[in-house]
Design a protein around this ligand. Structure first.
Ligand SMILES: [Zn+2]
Length: 400
């Protein structure tokens, strides 16, 4: 049996103990001790890490009354030896802040709204509690405000063991999963929980408490929160981000949402203007291309690769060119790093552009096709644009 020193003093980070067994867990070296400060994973609170007998502790597992310390490497100690250990205190204190904060938040959601906490989890980044209800944003804001108010009154957190008879007299938030002697964690008459976890001296150490997200899932609501130093670090990060954004606009960060919205609207308007100008440019350019195009067997043959035109602009160019009599246009754009080819002809030319595009793309490992007078395709390496057009021109010149 391992005495759990954290039951009496959750703030104790270093200890000495007697080795009960130098053993293994699933092939990994592990020590069983007569007492420990290491908390094993349980109740949604992660296990501690740290050092024991000079080796890193990578996992702590509860096995009945025993606590097994899984080590990163074997240690040369026998049963009966005295070893010293120390937990990673910043990691443990972080867990204590999130865990105690969760007790407080769960009781507040119960008291204010009757919402029961059905699951909790503390991760390295996020801590969550699941409420058996659809929770409104207003309820979340009210609970968060109440939690911070209660934190600043520094309610003492007490722990003690009671038996089955005594527990029936306490307003325990959830019925305990164990019988016999049960450990009660009491936030000064405000919350009573059956819990074997590690807790703060007072609620003040959990402040500030910040709920950062709420998600509805299958009739429940998952609340993601940060307490204590985690919340402060989150504030530091967000403050720096907001200050950087405000700096870009040379304004106070309270004004940034409106400015970002205006910048988005201006961007959309500019995109519309660019598209309109590009269309006009394409029309002028197409006329020039048509005038300069060589005549092959009495037809104008326009072959053009645009490095950075939109597909819409390419379509406009094709439509403009095929409006001239006796005209064939072989066009490609590689705008956006993607090749799109359009082959088109005027209505008075008896050639099948869909078949020409299909056969040409096939020769380059692509696929596509279209109608006799207009075809569009792509899906091949943009570097091949000019080779593709040259290939189609050769085939066409033979047909003409
Ligand atoms: Zn607890």
């Amino acid at each position: 049996m391992t005495e759990r020193l954290y039951f009496q003093d959750a703030y104790r980070a270093a200890f000495t103990a007697t080795v009960l067994a130098n053993t293994a867990v699933a092939g990994r070296p592990a020590l069983l001790l007569d007492r420990t400060c290491f908390y094993p994973a349980a109740g949604g609170q992660p296990h501690d890490t740290g050092h024991l007998a000079g080796a890193p502790v990578v996992e702590v597992i509860a096995d009945g009354d025993n606590v097994l310390h899984v080590l990163a490497e074997p240690v040369d100690v026998a049963a009966g030896a005295t070893v010293s250990g120390a937990i990673d205190w910043p990691r443990r204190y972080d867990h204590m802040q999130q865990h105690t904060g969760q007790h407080l938040l769960s009781q507040i959601f119960t008291r204010l709204f009757g919402y029961e906490t059905v699951a909790v989890h503390i991760g390295a980044v996020d801590a969550t509690l699941d409420l058996a209800a659809d929770v409104s944003s207003e309820a979340v804001a009210a609970a968060e405000a109440e939690a911070n108010q209660l934190a600043y009154t520094a309610l003492p957190v007490k722990t003690y063991f009671v038996d089955d008879a005594a527990i029936a007299t306490l307003p325990v938030r959830r019925p305990p999963k164990v019988s016999g002697l049960v450990r009660i964690v009491e936030i000064d008459g405000y919350d009573y929980s059956a819990c074997g976890g590690t807790h703060l001296h007072t609620t003040a150490e959990a402040a500030p408490l910040k709920i950062v997200r709420q998600e509805r899932r299958r009739g429940q609501t998952r609340i993601t929160f940060k307490c204590g130093l985690r919340a402060w670090r989150d504030y530091v990060e967000k403050h720096a981000t907001l200050t950087a954004i405000a700096g870009l606009f040379s304004t106070d960060f309270a004004a940034t949402p409106g400015l970002v919205q205006r910048a988005q609207e201006q961007n959309r308007e500019l995109q519309r203007q660019v598209a309109a100008l590009e269309e006009q440019l394409v029309l002028v350019e197409s006329l020039g291309l048509w005038n300069a195009a060589p005549q092959v067997a009495g037809r104008r043959l326009v072959v053009q690769h645009y490095p950075d035109r939109s597909v819409d602009a390419l379509k406009t160019a094709a439509a403009q060119l095929r409006s001239h009599p006796q005209t064939v246009a072989l066009l490609a754009t590689t705008g956006g790093g993607k090749l799109t080819a359009i082959f088109a002809r005027s209505d008075d030319v008896d050639l099948h552009m869909g078949n020409l595009l299909r056969d040409t793309l096939r020769a380059f490992g692509g696929a596509g096709g279209g109608r006799p007078e207009f075809a569009q395709g792509g899906g091949i390496d943009p570097e091949q644009a000019q080779a593709l057009l040259d290939y189609a021109r050769c085939v066409l010149e033979e047909e003409l």
